[in-house]
Design a protein around this ligand. Structure first.
Ligand SMILES: [Zn+2]
Length: 178
């Protein structure tokens, strides 16, 4: 499953390249801006492609090392990311999303997983991974089943494991020896 990298960049306006005419960028209650549809979308239908230059992880690191936020989308080969430059880069995360992402031959396609009404904000589950331990990627989607973080379930487990290990090491250091 393709997942979004926990890093983001560049002024947002530089990203607003025209997409399908029924997809618009508006203020969102989830994050500052979001992607909305002005037309109903049927469940299962293609919505938009996550477009932008394909970079290697190395290139992306060099470009965005110091940026707290980027629009990088990690591809499943683990070597490349898409530096999002279209409307799809504005789609916010939700723990109860109306869209899903699918990677087909290195392209990231977003489609509806339920009927979406005109005026609704589009969302998909970011399933973030590889975040810093002090970055909680808190979620404000407001869904009933919100897991409180944009990290994937697997990433949350990995972080819990790492934090526990860290605490144990600390305890060891504090324990007087001899
Ligand atoms: Zn949530």
């Amino acid at each position: 499953m393709p997942r979004k990298l926990q890093v983001q960049a560049k002024a947002r306006h530089e990203r607003k390249q025209p997409g399908p005419p029924h997809l618009v960028i508006r203020q969102s209650r989830i994050d500052s801006e979001g992607c909305y549809t002005t037309e109903p979308i049927k469940s299962g239908s293609f919505v938009v492609e996550y477009t932008g230059p394909h970079l290697t992880i190395k290139q992306a690191d060099a470009l965005y090392d110091k940026h707290p936020e980027t629009y990088l989308f990690g591809l499943t080969n683990g070597k490349h990311v898409i530096d999002g430059q279209g409307v799809a880069a504005f789609i916010n995360h939700s723990c109860d999303p109306n869209c899903e992402v699918e990677e087909v031959k290195g392209r990231v396609l977003i489609s509806a997983i339920r009927d979406i009404a005109a005026g609704e904000e589009l969302t998909y589950d970011y399933n973030l991974y590889d975040g810093d331990l002090d970055d909680f990627a808190l979620c404000s989607c407001g869904a009933e089943n919100c897991r409180g973080s944009m990290y994937s379930e697997a990433e949350l487990k990995r972080r819990t494991r790492l934090l526990r290990r860290k605490e144990k090491e600390k305890e060891k250091q504090l324990r007087p020896t001899g």
